[in-house]
Design a protein around this ligand. Structure first.
Ligand SMILES: [Zn+2]
Length: 408
């Protein structure tokens, strides 16, 4: 009897935990200029994806919400008057709700969520509901909705963060023509802690920042991958191999700095961005040597020589340099909007092995000095990490926009 009671209690606990983890799309309403999706709780960045597909007759804006279920209050079809045809809603996969906006022509769609469980998608002026809505017909058509055609349409995103912990109210927009894959590399991991200062470990801080970058880019519709999402060891060339294999368009490695000279802990500070190039600059060399240490330990001198000779002439140097300039600029802008005394450590070429062999523009960001007391405190804080991540994301977007403009 006692056993049975425990079993039932356990069942109830497990059941309520799993219910707790799920989000529900409770209902949908059309407000002036926007569609409001009323969820039970806020959408996490990693649970959300937006794509667009254009055919001759219609542009489809598709919004997928993972770990989410359809509640009773949401209809499956809303017929519309004006330049939109309809909004369709379905349980697209077992755990994914899909919302499709069918538009007669492309428009500049924006979507956002402002620290509440309501997710907004903008609609053009003059769109209104045709009252008679069917509840059956469209379920199948949503499922069949063909998304394989390349997403050409442009998305705008308002309110920088995915709505989780950030109070950021910055606005920016993404108007990119292509789908890009970004490889986000959190430095070190596992047995390699990177720079340590007291109890603070580089591997931990850079992973936290990398995850923020990942989530932000995902929310914006990018394809994003991480070389590591937890505390484990990867070799330096394992990281770039993964980026090459996944055909990443950009590679962003995130690290934190430190000086070993105790007399300089208050002086050495700031953000530095590096791309792969040989250099005579002593400081750049020093930073590279520090980051390379883990890899060089396990490499014989012939391999080192081969590496060095193949690296520094690649066509990607110039593009990496420009990516570095864009990212550095946006990081500084983002940090300085909230923090005083953020130092610009500049953009430089340096022989970082983690960037060796990259088939795409690749940079390494040293987000700050753990050896500097003030910067260490900042780097530990979620707000500062968020600002850093936002800067990196904006830098990436600006870089890609500029490249697209040049290709036109
Ligand atoms: Zn590092």
């Amino acid at each position: 009897m006692a056993n049975r009671t425990i079993f039932i209690l356990l069942f109830i606990v497990i059941f309520s935990v799993s219910i707790e983890a799920k989000n529900i799309l409770k209902s949908i309403s059309l407000e002036s200029g926007k569609v409001a999706l009323h969820f039970k709780k806020e959408i996490r960045g990693k649970d959300f994806r937006a794509t667009a597909a254009k055919s001759k007759a219609v542009t489809k804006y598709v919004f997928d919400f993972k770990n989410c279920y359809l509640g009773g209050g949401a209809k499956s079809l809303y017929n519309l008057k004006g330049s939109l045809k309809s909004i369709r809603v379905a349980q697209y996969k077992k755990d994914t709700v899909r919302v499709v906006i069918d538009s007669k022509k492309s428009y500049n769609v924006k979507y956002y969520q402002k620290n509440s469980p309501t997710f907004y998608i903008t609609v053009p002026k003059g769109v209104s509901l045709i009252k008679k809505s069917s509840n059956k017909k469209s379920r199948e058509s949503v499922k069949k909705s063909n998304l394989k055609s390349s997403p050409k349409e442009l998305f705008n995103y308002v309110n920088g963060d995915e709505g989780s912990s950030s109070a950021s109210s910055e606005k920016y927009s993404v108007n990119l023509k292509h789908n890009y894959t970004i490889m986000v590399d959190a430095g070190h991991g596992g047995k390699d802690s990177g720079t340590c200062w007291g109890s603070e470990k580089e591997k931990k801080i850079v992973l936290a920042i990398a995850k923020r970058v990942y989530r932000k880019l995902r929310t914006l519709g990018f394809k994003v991958k991480m070389t590591r999402a937890r505390d484990h060891y990867i070799t330096l060339n394992g990281r770039i191999k993964r980026a090459n294999r996944d055909n990443a368009d950009l590679f962003i490695s995130i690290h934190a700095n430190a000086v070993s000279d105790k007399s300089r802990v208050n002086v050495a500070r700031g953000v530095e961005t590096y791309f792969l190039q040989n250099t005579r600059n002593a400081r750049a060399k020093r930073v590279a040597a520090k980051e390379n240490a883990a890899m060089l330990k396990s490499m014989d001198s012939t391999t080192k020589a081969v590496l060095i000779n193949t690296v520094f002439t690649g066509p990607k140097i110039q593009l990496s340099h420009r990516l570095g300039l864009d990212v550095q600029k946006e990081i500084l802008k983002s940090l300085r909007a909230r923090y005083k005394g953020v130092k610009d450590g500049g953009v430089r070429g340096a022989p970082f092995y983690v960037l060796v062999g990259a088939e795409m523009p690749a940079i390494l960001v040293e987000v700050g000095y753990l050896s500097n007391p003030k910067e260490r405190d900042r780097l530990r804080s979620a707000k500062y990490q968020n600002r850093l991540a936002e800067g990196i994301v904006r830098g990436v977007i600006n870089y890609l926009k500029n490249r697209e403009r040049e290709m036109e």
